[in-house]
Ligand binder design. Structure first.
Ligand SMILES: C[S@@+](CC[C@H](N)C(=O)[O-])C[C@H]1O[C@@H](n2cnc3c(N)ncnc32)[C@H](O)[C@@H]1O
Length: 228
């Protein structure tokens, strides 16, 4: 992945290659890099769905299946979608997994009761396209819980976070896995629109009243909404 942030088809290919490369040690680096907090963030996302037991929930960009496992633990029927073969091969979940692009899901309209998505919003080529796809596949009354990294609002926390994310994370990632990939991670934050923009995009896609929650002092953001 070059230092310039790729767009369009170039980004799609680069993201897929990157996750194929880091897939064998993805879970280990996540746990170390977040001091295990990522487990709690995924739990919070699944808890926020509040759907009846056995509801069908797709985890989009499921990676190695952490959210699928949490969905099944909470009594949902989970199915994961991801376009990185490496991530799917390294997944640890009983849920069925489908190798597919989440911008073109092999699902009929309103097929799902809910959707989760963890730390992939900044990785898709078109966030508007992803949100439109959510509007298509989630049934009216269905729920979404979307997680991604964010920057804390508190100035001191923000400065510490910037230092950690930009300087320390590439070193941890480089030591345990792949330096280029984990140098891209902080840079990829630039793809994410502001919270306000994302909320208005979600409203336009059929999820009015979506709420944004900040987790762990704003290190992570969680969008929780209902399909109108
Ligand atoms: C940071 S990982 C997150 C994995 C998992 N959701 C988690 O919580 O650990 C991002 C994932 O998004 C996937 N991804 C990115 N764009 C995608 C797309 N258009 N279609 C399918 N998967 C995609 C990548 O392959 C990768 O597995």
């Amino acid at each position: 992945m070059s230092s310039r942030l790729p767009r369009g088809e170039e980004k799609r290919r680069a993201v897929r290659r990157l996750f194929d490369t880091i897939s064998p040690r993805y879970d280990l680096v996540n746990r170390v890099m977040t001091f295990g907090m990522d487990v709690g963030w995924r739990r919070a996302a699944v808890a926020s769905l509040r759907l009846p037991g056995r509801s069908l929930v797709a985890d989009l960009a499921c990676g190695t299946g952490d959210l699928c496992r949490e969905l099944e633990r909470r009594g949902y029927r989970a199915v994961g979608f991801d376009f990185s073969h490496g991530m799917l091969v390294n997944a640890r979940t009983e849920a069925p997994l489908v190798e597919a692009d989440v911008l073109q899901l092999p699902l009929t309209d309103a097929a799902l009761d809910g959707v989760t998505c963890g730390f992939a919003l900044r990785n898709v080529v078109s966030l508007g396209g992803l949100f439109r796809e959510l509007g298509r596949v989630v049934r009216p009354g269905g729920r979404i819980a979307l997680l991604d990294a964010s920057e804390p609002e508190n100035p001191a926390l923000r400065a510490g976070h910037g230092l950690y994310f930009n300087r320390i994370v590439p070193v941890i990632g480089g030591t345990l896995s792949n330096k280029t990939a984990y140098s891209y991670l902080p840079k990829s934050m630039a793809y994410l629109p502001s919270a306000g923009e994302m909320l208005s995009m979600l409203t336009g896609a059929g999820f009015p009243g979506t709420e944004r929650r900040q987790l762990s002092g704003g290190l992570t953001q969680l969008f929780v909404g209902t399909r109108a």
